[in-house]
Ligand binder design. Structure first.
Ligand SMILES: [Zn+2]
Length: 674
């Protein structure tokens, strides 16, 4: 069979690909990759960096290309057939990568090279590649004896079951709960759309009245707008007690089992705690450093948070005679106070942000900073006619990257916005092979009478994803696994978040924020208002984020063997961050899916960490002019082009001249005012 995915191609050959090509292509490419790896292992020559590490990093390239095409389609333009193929090939792909990680012969060769690492005169990038590859094996138990290896596999199997169970319980709790409202009075304050949705939901379940659930689109507006305080309390407690009812959906034992197994796993591999294990491959490096970071921010944010809390409590007392502000009052009175202070409306801003103007704006920003030029082209194949394609060139007219942009929602596209690639950058046999990068969003489409107009939030989203895009486009490394966004978790949001800063700057807005009918520039007092409202209750929000970081570290940064009472342990961990009275009926840990089901264990701090980085980096631009070519070049040279080739702290220091400092974030967030 002629399969376009198995022939050599530079650009993804979308017009030739049919769904039935995928599975045979995957199977063939996996087979080929296995053979390439066997050749490395069976090589009679003694292992060297070149014949083992380099060979391994360039093995399976066709498989990588097929995977990226397929999974990008599954996110942006899927259908039942593609979803079915995904279910079939996903287990095969995990088996494939497991086989590599468990390949003892391969590990022995890597280990031999690793043990000679200091006498090999490797470049920093080669050293990093060796270190990362070695650790990808050792962190999975390659150095353990057979008994310990067996135990490690048991723990991994048990953990994946428990994580699944944890998530299923949270989901079942969410789906199980409903608040049926039969008295119209109880709907007071709710927006029309929420009331309508609640009526429709009740009708669909053949109930009379209105149904409110724990799903965000129902829960959030109710907590923000419902005047009935008792019902807010009821709903808030239901939301906060998921997995905490001592029934078959209870997660307390699952939490304890998960943290104990993670601890045991870390110990087996030679780490004092799970957090030590995780943080070894993060910019923050150690639990001590994370705690120091959280505590430093807490010291600075707490006074602001307490001030804001008092302000909110006073406002609630004035308005409704509330004596003691509870958790279920927070969103409600905050929303009212915010309206009173800012009265900002998306509709007022949208005419200044026509999609085409914003895209043009982000391209102009990239041109001013990095000399990049985006040329729209029509000779590149695409997976949907709506996708736009660009060739990107630098000032010297060198080809930098291919850029795909896919902006509007379609039935086959998942929610949200993201950056991805169809091909990563690498250098092979002296040739720098340039990347193919894509941004995918879900912005409202234009109509026959109105262009696509973005909310301010969507504008920052576009800049954010474009920042990830630049990280991919400007990549300049040798090895594909270290290229572009292949960096530590707590470093990857720096290029994206830093780009958002330009959206608040007059010099940048002048490039694109013009009214789509009158051409008038967005009034600066509106921009000031956006900035101020973005900082509204920033102290409280920061302390809340920190509390989750502390809880995460409490579960993962210590020996958990003696913890018996989940709620009591959690209460202790929240002690330094509490603002509201304690609610005995609720428990955060039993539904904290980020850390017990998702990949955020010992990583929750990274949200704030990334903000510190981006504020500190942007402050450097501000000190020198937001379009300073000198600073932009440094950012490109030391951060954007380097990918994961060196420790991110070293890269950052080379760019900034110092480690990141939290003051820029405090300043930007208005937390330094007293
Ligand atoms: Zn991001």
């Amino acid at each position: 069979m002629n399969n376009p995915l198995l022939e050599p191609f530079e650009q993804a050959p979308f017009s030739k690909i049919k769904n039935e090509h995928f599975k045979p292509a995957f199977l063939q490419a996996m087979d080929d990759a296995r053979k390439e790896i066997d050749e490395i292992v069976d090589n009679p020559e003694p292992p060297t960096f070149r014949n083992t590490l380099e060979a391994l990093d360039f093995a399976g390239q066709q498989l990588d290309r097929i995977s990226s095409i397929f999974f990008n389609l599954n996110s942006a333009e899927t259908n039942e057939e593609i979803q079915k193929i995904a279910q079939e090939v996903s287990p095969l792909l995990s088996e494939f990568s497991n086989d590599i990680i468990l390949n003892q012969g391969l590990f022995e060769r890597i280990k031999t090279v690793y043990e000679q690492r200091d006498s090999l005169e490797l470049t920093p990038e080669q050293y990093t590649l060796l270190d990362k590859k070695y650790k990808s094996f050792s962190r999975n138990g390659a150095n353990l004896n057979e008994t310990d290896k067996k135990r490690l596999r048991e723990i991994d199997a048990e953990l994946s079951k428990l994580k699944l169970k944890f998530g299923e319980n949270v989901l079942a709790e969410t789906n199980k709960y409903e608040l049926l409202i039969t008295d119209e009075e109880d709907l007071k304050g709710l927006p029309e759309g929420t009331v309508e949705a609640a009526a429709q939901l009740a009708e669909s379940k053949e109930k009379k009245g209105w149904l409110i659930t724990l799903e965000y689109p129902s829960y959030i507006p109710f907590m923000k707008y419902a005047e009935n305080r008792e019902l807010r309390k009821k709903l808030s407690i239901a939301f906060g007690s998921k997995g905490f009812h001592n029934d078959e959906l209870d997660n307390q034992q699952n939490v304890l089992k998960i943290v104990n197994l993670r601890f045991e796993r870390a110990n087996l591999l030679g780490y004092p705690t799970h957090a030590d294990f995780v943080l070894e491959e993060r910019m923050a490096e150690t639990p001590a450093k994370v705690l120091e970071f959280l505590n430093e921010l807490l010291t600075k944010a707490k006074p602001a948070a307490e001030r804001e809390f008092t302000e909110l409590e006073t406002y609630a007392k004035e308005l409704d005679g509330i004596d003691c502000l509870e958790k279920w009052d927070s969103a409600y009175y905050s929303e009212k106070l915010k309206q009173k202070l800012f009265n900002l409306d998306d509709e007022k801003l949208k005419p200044y942000f026509k999609l085409e103007n914003v895209i043009n704006g982000v391209f102009l920003v990239a041109e001013k900073l990095f000399g990049l030029k985006f040329k729209e082209v029509t000779n590149v194949e695409k997976y949907h006619p709506e996708v736009k394609t660009y060739e990107v060139y630098d000032d010297a007219n060198n080809f930098i990257s291919l850029f795909y942009a896919d902006f509007h929602p379609r039935p086959g596209k998942r929610d949200g916005a993201w950056m991805t690639s169809f091909k990563s950058q690498y250098t092979l046999n002296g040739k720098n092979s340039r990347p193919h990068i894509s941004n995918v969003c879900n912005f409202t489409r234009s109509t026959s009478t109105k262009p696509s107009l973005l909310t301010f939030n969507e504008v920052t989203t576009l800049f954010h994803e474009f920042g990830h895009g630049l990280h991919g486009m400007l990549a300049n490394t040798t090895y594909p696994s270290l290229s572009g966004t292949s960096v530590y978790w707590d470093f990857v949001e720096l290029p994206s978040q830093v780009m958002e800063n330009w959206c608040y700057e007059k010099e940048a807005l002048e490039l694109f924020a013009h009214h789509y009918e009158t051409g008038e520039l967005i009034p600066m007092e509106l921009v000031e208002k956006i900035k101020e409202s973005a900082n509204f209750q920033e102290g409280m929000a920061t302390v809340r984020q920190l509390s989750f970081g502390f809880l995460d570290m409490a579960w993962h940064g210590k020996d958990p063997t003696n913890i018996k009472d989940v709620k009591a342990y959690e209460t202790e961990a929240f002690k330094s961050t509490n603002l509201f009275p304690e609610t005995p009926e609720t428990c955060m840990s039993t539904s904290f899916s980020h850390i017990f089901q998702g990949g955020y264990s010992s990583g929750y701090y990274s949200y704030k960490w990334a903000e510190v980085l981006d504020a500190d980096a942007f402050a450097y631009f501000k000190e020198n002019g937001i379009f300073s070519r000198e600073i932009a070049n440094k950012f490109r040279e030391h951060v954007l082009s380097k990918g994961g080739t060196e420790n991110p702290m070293e890269l950052y220091k080379r760019f900034r001249g110092a480690e990141p400092n939290i003051d820029a974030l405090l300043e930007r967030a208005g937390l330094l005012k007293s």
